[in-house]
Design a protein around this ligand. Structure first.
Ligand code: HEM
Length: 507
């Protein structure tokens, strides 16, 4: 009897040892990747890789790595290796030259977790992406944007009216007022609806959009998937997605109603917006399938149309309001440069003349100010592409399937590329200074860059021009100077500024 207890104990122990060993092997398995490629980088932890170093902020981690390892290094998001690249020739190849043949797609998104977003332009891959992107790009030409301009103009005016009601002595948490503006313009242009979250914060559609998009990048689900990628499809099957399911359902059904109304109504052509343009080019599901195998077909299917209008809001709402928040902070803390911009605006629109698309597009200094603000505080501090075919770049063989990232925050503060990189100097973007396009890409670069770039620039310029026509933007007691950023690259304290009515307006 004793023997059998002993032997079952030893079996148990052997099993424990085996499991622990297997677990350990599983935990360290991926980490020979960069050694094999001859790429340096910080030492990874079992299971976590270098993920824990993000705690201080991934932009700080990227900066440290650049100092230690030079222009190319490797890190591990959990088990996932990421090749970090700051070499200009390599950036050119990844973002532009080899985009179609090798670096077409972003980080793999688990399609079940992406839920209905699986067919959004930012998620889809290869030929399908080409068709969808090709169908959307014409909406963002100068001619089309001119037709969409009235939407931004209307909401810009509402934004100013709303600000005028506030006490000019009070500090304003500017993101709280800029976010409804971005939401209204982007959602209204994407869904063909009159949204008014500037005046009505409880609009049910807006509440759902916010709830849906308000997920944290450190949400427990995302953390689990990063550390244990194999759980992703299981979570998906359990109906757990990155976005709140009830909000998503409400949202898609509201959107469908809007779309159906749009398709059946005869006099819809009064207003041009993205949903309207997409419906005009709608194709059947069968045609989309054919497009993969046969000739390039343009146009979007019914479900794809709903997904693109949603992704426009997801990709455009937060990015635009964050970029504007940083921009106004930079203008408030650099009053001389703000005055220079006001001069440009007053000259272009004398006596507070209405803002028109053509004149807006001719302004020059505002572009320099926006660029410089996005250099110092980039809304996208990293860009990513997946290498879909083994390729040799700069003497390094990048195996098929490798995720490659460009830490743009580090690029924009590299003293080898920028003189006094910590200073806000819009003049560095004047036309005499030929900026190398591979060193500055606030909206990404190449065929997979931000499809909404021109639209985003337009809506930012509209609101900045209208603001400066009416107010001077000033710092106040509550303004945190210099701005401190948390590990997610968000201000630790909400950016608070004062909008003081311009005195000559009172005359
Ligand atoms: C200031 C505001 C914005 C910033 C800073 C920004 C930035 C970016 C960046 C960095 C990318 C990735 C590019 C790359 O990987 O090379 C991107 C992609 C994208 N953006 Fe924007 N964006 C902004 C506003 C918008 C707006 C308003 C829209 C709405 C139309 C939009 C729609 C998209 C889409 C759909 C993609 C994915 C494109 C694709 O995969 O083909 N963005 N954006």
């Amino acid at each position: 009897k004793k023997m059998s207890i002993l032997s079952s104990l030893s079996v148990t122990w052997s099993l424990v040892v085996l499991v622990v060993t297997l677990l350990f092997i599983y935990g360290v398995w991926p980490y020979g990747f960069f050694k094999k490629l001859g790429v340096p980088g910080p030492r990874p932890w079992p299971f976590f890789g270098t993920f824990l170093s993000y705690r201080k902020g991934f932009y700080k981690f990227d900066t440290e790595c650049y100092k230690k390892y030079g222009k190319i290094w490797g890190i591990y998001d959990g088990r996932l290796p990421i090749l970090m690249v700051l070499d200009i020739e390599m950036i050119k190849s990844i973002m532009v030259k080899d985009c179609y043949s090798v670096f077409t797609n972003r980080r793999e998104t688990n399609l079940e977790l992406a839920g209905p977003f699986a067919d959004a332009v930012s998620v889809v891959k290869d030929e399908k992406w080409k068709r969808i992107r090709g169908s959307l790009s014409p909406f963002f030409t100068s001619g089309r944007l001119k037709e969409i301009f009235p939407i931004a103009d209307t909401y810009g005016d509402r934004f100013i009216e709303n600000l005028k009601k506030r006490n000019p002595e009070d500090g304003i948490k500017i993101k709280d007022v800029l976010a409804p503006y971005s939401m209204d313009v982007v959602a209204s242009a994407s869904f063909s609806v009159e949204i008014d979250s500037i005046n009505n914060l409880n609009d049910p559609l807006v509440a759902h959009i916010k709830k849906m998009f308000n997920f944290s990048f450190f949400s427990p689900i995302l953390l689990i998937i990063t550390l244990f990628p194999f759980t992703a499809s299981l979570l998906g099957k359990l109906g757990i997605t990155l976005f709140s399911k009830s909000s998503m359902d409400f949202f898609y059904s509201s959107l469908r109603k809007i779309k159906d109304q749009h398709s059946t109504s005869n006099n819809v052509c009064k207003r041009v917006d993205f949903l309207h343009l997409m419906i005009q080019n709608q194709i059947l599901d069968e045609q989309a399938e054919k497009a993969l195998s046969e000739q390039p077909v343009k146009g979007l299917t019914d479900h794809e149309i709903l997904s693109q209008s949603s992704i426009f809001v997801l990709a455009g709402y937060e990015t635009t309001s964050t970029t504007l928040t940083f921009l106004l902070y930079n203008l408030a803390t650099n009053p001389d440069l703000q005055s220079k911009l006001v001069e440009e605006i007053d000259e272009a629109f004398p006596c507070n003349a209405p803002v028109t698309y053509d004149v807006l597009m001719k302004l020059g200094y505002i572009d320099m100010v926006i660029s410089e603000s996005m250099r110092l505080l980039p809304t996208a501090p990293r860009l990513e592409r997946v290498c879909k075919k083994t390729i040799e770049l700069n003497g390094i063989t990048i195996p098929k399937g490798t995720l490659v990232a460009i830490p743009t925050y580090v690029l924009y503060r590299d003293p080898q590329l920028w003189e006094s990189p910590e200073e806000f100097r819009p003049e560095r973007f004047s036309s005499e200074n030929d900026i190398n396009q591979y060193t500055f890409m606030p909206f990404g670069l190449g065929p997979r860059n931000c499809v909404g770039m021109r639209f985003a620039l337009m809506i930012m310029k509209v609101v900045v021009v209208k603001l400066l026509q009416n107010f001077s933007i000033e710092t106040c007691r509550e303004t945190q100077i210099p701005i401190q950023l948390n590990s997610f690259f968000q201000p630790t304290v909400p950016v608070t500024l004062k909008f003081v009515p311009r005195s000559h307006k009172k005359e």
